[in-house]
Design a protein around this ligand. Structure first.
Ligand SMILES: Cc1ncc(COP(=O)(O)O)c(C=O)c1O
Length: 436
């Protein structure tokens, strides 16, 4: 595509490609696609690329048709008993942990669960108002801390793994300023995963310094290097809950059940944390106790509960996963195949991975990977990708210190791979001619 026309659109819209948000990028790509009549290969969205299994939708329809009072009845703020019980069972079968139904609370997607978990973590003690992010990560969480008036800090996974991660956390937690630590594993955007040893170290430090770990399990079980798909059988998805009681775990239906549109997830915690009292919480949540602050001070003023039909859908997904009737991870393995192939195409054409390995081990293939090219900045790389009909998000907006672009393979189907190959080959030739 003609670079001058791209420049015009970028200047007219006052866009900085290093810092462009996902939504702004979507609008830019739509404009370019219209102007040049090009079908972009869209690697920028982190959204499911599969249809949901009918288990969810048919459960919702059944509930609505069988219970005519359902639409006119407010849901309980803390969730319907069926979902709370199904969550207990799912946590037992897939995480190998034991939790109480009281401490399993549905929220309107993981975004909502993270929002309340961040608010509680950062408002228990006046001095501990900072959220520490293990970056790179999902940009919206930082927008949430901004919205909540909390401070945020970040460390880059690339700089701190293993013992050095523990040393850095000890140093930062000792200041007393950190109220919560948030991460996702597998990580969006690098697809690196924290090991059990790292989680053990983090867990000990969370307990020692009374910091809450917020484990965003949006991609639970999707580290396909291991088979986490058999209910009740080892290996289990590693989790912080094995190593501390100071946690919120957020399990979303969006990716694991391709149910993003229905906005349903659950937040799980321990009895020990949920029954703890912090006088400072009262200022914001009208309650000193975490469980009550979460439900009556968090859920009630934000959404006043979660629609009951979607709660039944998630319960049905959990129940059928636990009996082994629905192998939810099997249906997601197509992402692994796509990532492997797309990675190969970029790597054989002079690109490298911005985050090339996972603590010395090969990375898994999954929803995302990161690319870089020589010393191009994220914005420069994105600019060239756009010229060749490819889109991804700049790593700068994920809190990464590295330069590069996140590639999400969920929307690009295998029949588009020959075209991907052509475009990446042409881009490589173009950049090689520019000595880049
Ligand atoms: C790490 C992470 N957390 C949460 C979400 C969003 O989850 P939900 O749709 O349940 O709000 C995403 C979506 O991309 C994500 O990557």
């Amino acid at each position: 595509m003609n670079s001058e026309s791209i420049d015009d659109i970028i200047h007219q819209n006052d866009i900085d490609l290093n810092l462009i948000s996902i939504r702004e990028l979507q609008s830019l790509v739509n404009k370019l696609a219209d102007k040049f009549s090009v079908d972009f290969l869209r690697f920028e969205f982190g959204i499911p690329g599969l249809k949901s299994n009918p288990i969810g939708p048919s459960e919702e329809i059944k509930m609505l048709t069988e219970n005519e009072m359902l639409p006119s009845t407010y849901p309980p703020f803390d969730g319907i008993p069926r979902l709370k019980n199904a969550t207990v069972e799912f946590a037992r079968q897939f995480l190998d942990i034991h939790v109480s139904p009281n401490n399993c609370i549905p929220t309107v997607g993981a975004m909502h669960g993270c929002f309340i978990s961040l608010a509680i973590s950062g408002r228990r003690k006046e001095v501990s108002d900072t959220i520490l992010f293990i970056d790179p990560g999902f940009p919206v969480n930082k927008l949430q801390t901004q919205f909540l008036g909390l401070q945020n800090m970040s460390i880059d996974l690339w700089d701190y793994r293993g013992k050095s991660l523990g040393d850095k956390l000890e140093e930062l937690f000792s200041t007393g300023k950190i109220g919560g630590l948030l991460w996702s594993s597998p990580n969006n955007p690098t697809w690196t995963c924290l090991t059990e040893t790292e989680l053990e170290m983090i867990g000990k430090l969370l307990t020692k310094h009374d910091v809450i770990g917020i484990e965003d399990s949006a991609y639970l079980g999707m580290d396909f290097r291991y088979d986490y798909s058999k209910p009740g059988q080892s290996p289990f998805q590693p989790t912080i809950a094995k190593f501390t009681e100071n946690y919120f775990i957020i399990i979303s239906s969006s990716k694991i059940f391709s149910y993003a549109g229905q906005r349903i997830s659950v937040t799980i915690s321990s009895e020990s944390l949920m029954t703890r009292k912090y006088p400072y919480l009262k200022k914001y949540f009208n309650s000193k106790t975490i469980l009550s602050a979460f439900i009556h001070g968090g859920i009630y003023p934000t959404t006043a509960g979660v629609p009951q039909t979607t709660q039944h859908a998630l319960a049905a997904f959990f129940e059928s996963a636990c009996t082994g009737e629905f192998d939810f991870l099997d249906s997601l393995k197509v992402y692994k195949v796509r990532a492997k192939k797309a990675k190969e195409i970029f790597l054989k054409n002079g690109f490298t991975l911005a985050y090339p390995d996972d603590r010395g081990k090969p990375l898994g293939d999954g929803f995302y990977f990161t690319i870089q090219r020589g010393d191009l900045t994220s914005g420069e790389l994105l600019y060239y990708l756009l010229q060749f009909g490819l889109a991804g998000i700049p790593l700068d907006i994920t809190g990464s210190k590295k330069k590069g672009v996140r590639i999400c393979i969920s929307l690009v189907h295998q029949n588009q791979y020959p075209e991907l190959d052509n475009r990446v080959k042409a881009l490589n030739k173009f950049l090689t001619n520019l000595n880049k």
